[in-house]
Design a protein around this ligand. Structure first.
Ligand code: CTP
Length: 410
């Protein structure tokens, strides 16, 4: 089989040095990469580096090898174009269809998916001109990854950092996997909310009641949703995982904090997926100081109270008409029967039922599940990485989404 052809566009930002790592990941994982830098970007990383790392020529101008018509052929032959870093200027040119160098020509001739990984100072990112350009590109089907928050060039800190190259690579891999999708990214223009991880209910300053959820399934859902074009809010409960690229991560600890964060984010969401393991109970009281053992005395029993059921609440009082609500169920016995009963009880549209046990699901890279629909549908998802299940869930969510116009926008 031919290697997938990736065009890696590099525009003139200091983050171009990080793109070397993205290029290395792409070539090592079997992609044929052609780097197309802009003239300005060569101030940061030179042509020789790109040519040596990719094993292909790396030209900036349309006037080289003219007989091969590179300004048309490179874009036409690509399976994916990824621009990293994408400067404010590059986003503006792409949004307006300018074509004054090899990269902008390539963007106009490409018929494959296009991913932009912007990097710039916060002021430039937040400027209405940039935001409108980003909206235009997304509307046309491009995947524009939200920049990361953190240290920028010089003394500044804020939103605008190029996401980790590993994260951009993951988005590229997902977009390439779904390149057969007819109309481009099927979650473009949608806002999805995902809860992940497991809540911790504190007993005292050093102890809590918790569970073994790692958060990996929720994070896989977030990554795949970004690759399918969505704006993603990830409410993460105690997950020791790196923030996925392009995702707004809200960190929470307890079930009550998770409820507040999910309900707030759900106010303008097209879909909410509750992948978090939310504690059903919390200690009735919290000891301000550490609970000490007393010599010769049995410990006092721990009284528990019920936590609100966030999934049931989301399902019964949908903040947006037509919002799709997805729940998860971890079952040890009578998996399907219990799953169907839970689907009815919770009132959600889809329920992803996992069989769990000591050696299954928790913390593992793979998953096996059945997706039940409130319409009686039942889809078994074969054993595979958590990302396969994530894509299978989005495949079930997208046809159930209301037309964008029906949704009330915040
Ligand atoms: N969930 C929730 N709020 C809770 C408990 C669970 O939103 N307080 C959500 C989970 O995120 C998951 C789904 O409900 O999507 C299923 O959770 P589970 O604990 O399996 O369901 P329960 O109703 O608690 O059923 P049981 O404990 O009897 O298995």
């Amino acid at each position: 089989m031919d290697k997938p052809k990736v065009v890696l566009g590099v525009s003139g930002g200091i983050a171009a040095y990080k793109t070397c790592e993205l290029l290395r990941r792409l070539t090592e994982s079997g992609h044929d990469v052609r780097v197309v830098p802009t003239e300005a970007s060569l101030n940061f990383v030179g042509e020789a580096t790109w040519a040596a790392l990719s094993g292909n020529p790396a030209s900036t101008r349309v006037w080289e090898s003219v007989h091969e018509v590179p300004h048309v052929r490179i874009g036409q032959g690509a399976d994916l174009v990824v621009v990293a870093p994408a400067t404010a200027d590059m986003l503006a040119k792409a949004a307006h269809g300018l074509a004054d160098d090899l990269l902008t020509n390539t963007l106009l001739t490409a018929r494959c998916p296009v991913v932009f990984a912007p990097a710039m100072h916060t002021e430039m990112w937040e400027h209405p001109a940039t935001q409108e350009n980003v909206a235009t590109l997304r509307r046309r089907g491009a995947v524009v990854i939200e920049p990361a928050v953190g240290r920028l060039t010089g003394k500044d800190t804020g939103k605008g950092r190029l996401p980790d190259p590993e994260e951009i690579f993951e988005v590229c891999r997902h977009v390439l996997r779904g390149r057969g999708r007819a109309d481009g990214p099927d979650l473009a223009g949608r806002h999805v909310v995902i809860s992940a991880g497991g809540t911790r209910e504190p007993l005292d300053p050093v102890r809590f009641l918790g569970n073994r959820s790692s958060g990996k399934q929720g994070y896989a859902l977030a990554r795949t949703a970004v690759a399918r074009g969505a704006r993603v809010t990830l409410v993460a409960a105690n997950a020791a995982l790196a923030d996925p690229a392009g995702v707004d991560v809200v960190r929470v600890g307890t079930a009550l904090q998770l409820r507040e964060a999910v309900l707030e984010a759900a106010a303008d969401a097209d879909a909410v997926v509750m992948a978090a393991a939310v504690a059903d109970f919390r200690p009735a009281s919290y000891a301000e100081g550490k609970i000490k053992k007393q010599d010769g005395q049995e410990p006092a029993p721990v009284a528990l109270v019920r936590n609100p059921d966030v999934l049931a609440e989301l399902s019964s009082a949908r903040s947006v008409p037509g919002q799709v609500v997805v729940g998860f169920a971890a079952e040890t016995d009578d998996v399907l029967a219990n799953g169907r009963a839970k689907l009815l009880r919770k009132g959600c549209d889809l329920l992803v039922v996992n069989e769990v046990g000591e050696a299954k699901t928790f913390g593992s890279e793979e998953n096996e599940a059945v997706i039940l629909g409130s319409d009686g549908s039942e889809l078994a998802v074969a054993h595979g990485p958590k990302e396969f299940l994530a894509d299978a869930i989005w495949d079930q969510v997208t046809p159930r989404l209301a037309p964008p116009a029906v949704l009330r926008r915040a």
